[in-house]
Design a binder for this molecule. Structure first.
Ligand SMILES: Cc1cc2nc3c(=O)[nH]c(=O)nc-3n(C[C@H](O)[C@H](O)[C@H](O)COP(=O)(O)O)c2cc1C
Length: 208
């Protein structure tokens, strides 16, 4: 079937995107408002960008009334955020933090999650998350406007922490120890295991 996005309603288009662009890693983003209120929410339109500078991006879409989500509002106020990752053991807590609550309530409390202080920035980490990237806002790029409009939030990673318990003997995070989840469409998720190896191709030159 062929589709012309211009002829589809915004919610239908959104469903097509989240049911085809997958599995998606989940950025568990903690922020604080100017008044010091903490906020925590998951975002699966998320990826790394490059390592010089170390950078990542995630994409909060505008709410149904066209206004920005609290996460974006806080980042535009303070220019700081932490991105945590979500192992299988925390998937229910992560889901709770996607609830729409008033700005004066913290999703940390709602989900019974402990905070841990960050090293370089004000927003706290999710203590139980095995990886935390402390970020400063580099760029906010609105993509469209109003309900369904997207936003690219580009963060410079100024510090990060990987818990010792998920490191292998080479000092890198081990996928099976991390046991992260990916988001699919609707309320479906996947786990990383079983993993498999595919070697990168080597360039072969034809003789002569
Ligand atoms: C696994 C998962 C992934 C999500 N990914 C996104 C996303 O990429 N972009 C988005 O705008 N909302 C996403 N959401 C919805 C937000 O988490 C939700 O709107 C939340 O209430 C935003 O909180 P805030 O207003 O405190 O920022 C996701 C929810 C879940 C459960």
């Amino acid at each position: 079937m062929e589709f012309d996005p211009a002829t589809l309603a915004t919610p239908v288009l959104y469903q097509h995107l989240i049911r085809t662009i997958m599995p998606r890693p989940i950025a568990w983003v903690s922020t604080v408002s100017n008044r010091g209120q903490t906020n925590l929410a998951p975002f699966s339109f998320f990826t790394g960008i490059g390592s010089k500078p170390a950078s990542l991006l995630f994409c909060p879409v505008n709410k149904r009334d066209g206004s920005p989500k609290h996460t974006l509002r806080n980042i535009l106020e303070t220019r700081e955020f932490v991105v945590g990752v979500v192992p299988f053991s925390l998937v229910e807590s992560m889901n709770l933090t996607s609830a729409e609550v008033p700005p004066e309530e913290s999703e940390f409390e709602l989900a019974g999650l402990k905070t841990a202080p960050s090293v370089r920035i004000r927003p706290p980490r999710v203590e139980a998350s095995p990886v935390s990237f402390e970020c400063e806002l580099m760029q906010h790029i609105p993509v469209g406007e109003g309900p369904g409009g997207g936003n690219i939030v580009v963060g410079r990673i100024v510090h990060f922490c990987i818990q010792d318990s998920v490191l292998n003997s080479d000092g890198y995070a081990e996928p099976n120890l991390l046991d992260l989840v990916g988001r699919l469409g609707g309320s479906s998720y996947c786990r990383v295991a079983p993993t498999f190896e595919v070697e990168r191709p080597t360039v072969r030159r034809t003789p002569g």
